[in-house]
Design a protein around this ligand. Structure first.
Ligand code: HEC
Length: 230
């Protein structure tokens, strides 16, 4: 293949839209919210506050390994993981700026995460920008959201992944997926389509990283026990 052809290769999502647009009319791609990691000035001011108030627990690198960390339970959040507990967003998604702002302001009861009522809203915004800079997840653009419209009646459906609709050509199949049968799973190691997970615990951990879940060790064990029982 020539380099020109390679360069001209459309993304998978663009191909999906092309194919679907053969049988549904006007396809209107709209971009989801652009990534926002604050201005350089905000991050710089946030860094100063962070090193003063937060790094003893969350670590200078944001990895949760500050010098006070070994004495704390639960452990201070590792910001490099991009995983957060308190969100108004769905499981596996990043928190909004407002979520982070709120938690920094009010703290987390029953943990060592203090409230910071004396910091101004602008100072907290700067801290939010700096905290977000520890994880590359925040700098990634959101997935493109596509709107599909049916010829016959103009009904629309939105999707980041049109699923079975791509194969069947049916509007009703947009956003539908076939999931593998999990019965007898325990006897079928290794797992995942390329066999990279040797055990069911590896599978659970794979999805924690991939989807941003934060499970405790006992929640992981519960999931493995459940999967083993299928
Ligand atoms: C005395 C230790 C300590 C200090 C100081 C501290 N934190 Fe935390 N922080 C924690 C702990 C512990 C948690 C995790 C609690 C949990 O997992 O339930 C946490 C959690 C968080 C979270 C994650 C909330 C979530 O939804 O998962 C954010 C954001 C945060 N801290 C920001 C800050 C900022 C910004 C500062 C400085 C202004 C700060 N923390 C100072 C201990 C601390």
């Amino acid at each position: 293949m020539t380099s020109r052809a390679l360069g001209a290769r459309p993304s998978l999502a663009a191909v999906a839209v092309l194919i679907v647009s053969w049988y549904v009319a006007a396809t209107v791609p709209v971009r989801a919210q652009a990534p926002d990691i604050g201005t350089a000035e905000q991050r710089e001011s946030g860094k100063k506050l962070y090193l003063k108030y937060c790094s003893q627990c969350h670590g200078e690198k944001g990895d949760g390994e500050g010098y006070a960390s070994p004495h704390l339970y639960p452990k201070p959040r590792d910001f490099t993981s991009g995983k957060f507990k308190i969100r108004t967003t769905p499981s596996g998604k990043l928190p909004t700026d407002a979520d982070l702002h709120h938690i920094i302001k009010v703290g987390m009861p029953y943990t060592s995460m203090p409230a910071w009522p004396h910091l101004t809203d602008a100072e907290i915004d700067n801290l939010v920008a700096y905290v977000k800079s520890f994880s590359p997840e925040f700098a990634k653009p959101d997935m493109a959201v596509y709107t599909f419209q049916r010829n016959s009646d103009g009904a629309t459906v939105q999707s980041t992944d049109p699923g079975r609709g791509i194969r069947s050509g049916n509007f009703a199949d947009l956003n539908k997926f076939k999931t593998p049968n999990l019965r007898g799973l325990a006897a079928r190691a290794p797992y995942l389509h390329n066999g990279i997970a040797g055990t069911l615990l590896d599978v659970v951990r794979h999805y924690e990283v991939a989807l941003g879940f934060v499970f405790t060790a006992s929640e992981e064990a519960d999931l493995v026990a459940f999967l083993t029982a299928l």
